[in-house]
Write a protein that binds this ligand. Sequence first.
Ligand code: ZN
Length: 273
Amino acid sequence: MEKKIRVLVAKPGLDGHDRGALVIAQAFRDEGFEVIYTGLRQTPAQIVNSAIQEDVNIIGLSCLSGAHNELFPEVVRLLKEKGAEDIIVVGGGVIPEEDIPFLEQNGIARVFTPGTSTVDAANYIRSTQGQGGEPLMAAPQKIDHIGIAVKNLDESVQFYTQMLGLKLQGIETVESEKVRVAFLEIGETRLELVEPTSEESAIAKFLDKKGEGIHHIALKVDNQQDRLDALKNAGIQLINETPKLGAHNNMVAFLHPKATKGVLIELCEKASE
Ligand code: ZN
């Protein structure tokens, strides 16, 4: 478990609106940060004292008053004075584009404009703490195959072999899925044509809804179960929490398209013989 990043959200200056700061504070909490909010009208000295007391990693300054060119560098200067320059200062609010170089030269690590999403800001903050750089899992080995839903397998095989010159590896029936599949070799990877053998098959439902076309992308992995567990723990919705035997002596498990930007992803691993 990574250490929680502590962020002080502070509003220096005299403007009396903190809705924006509160929204950012909440968004950062949702990103898993420990957030302390100072409240309105803080002086740079008060902000720096709170930051040191609360032992934060980041100070997020939000300023609408137009005084950012004085206030932000002053926070950086006071941090240095107190030997706390390891605390990173970022800024946001209403800041004209042309002020950003000045602020960055004066120690503001990053200035977020109103167009920056809080997700991007949070990712930046994580990167400053050496977090978020490591992916959840090691890279899959390759695209094992691309699954294509077809109405008529034999006709489709004919097209792919005769018209496109792909080599047929074999045709088999997968009873558990109520499908018949054909694998076609293409370099390192394959196409998997899938035809339903029953109206009950998920592929039949797919064809009804969307017609023929690309159905899924299968990534070849090792440690399949560990990966599924890690994804589940990260809140990724799975169709199969444990792998099941699929075509071609592969153990397969699907991730829910809702969690994968609309693409049905299969993780597959050769079953132990
Ligand atoms: Zn597949």
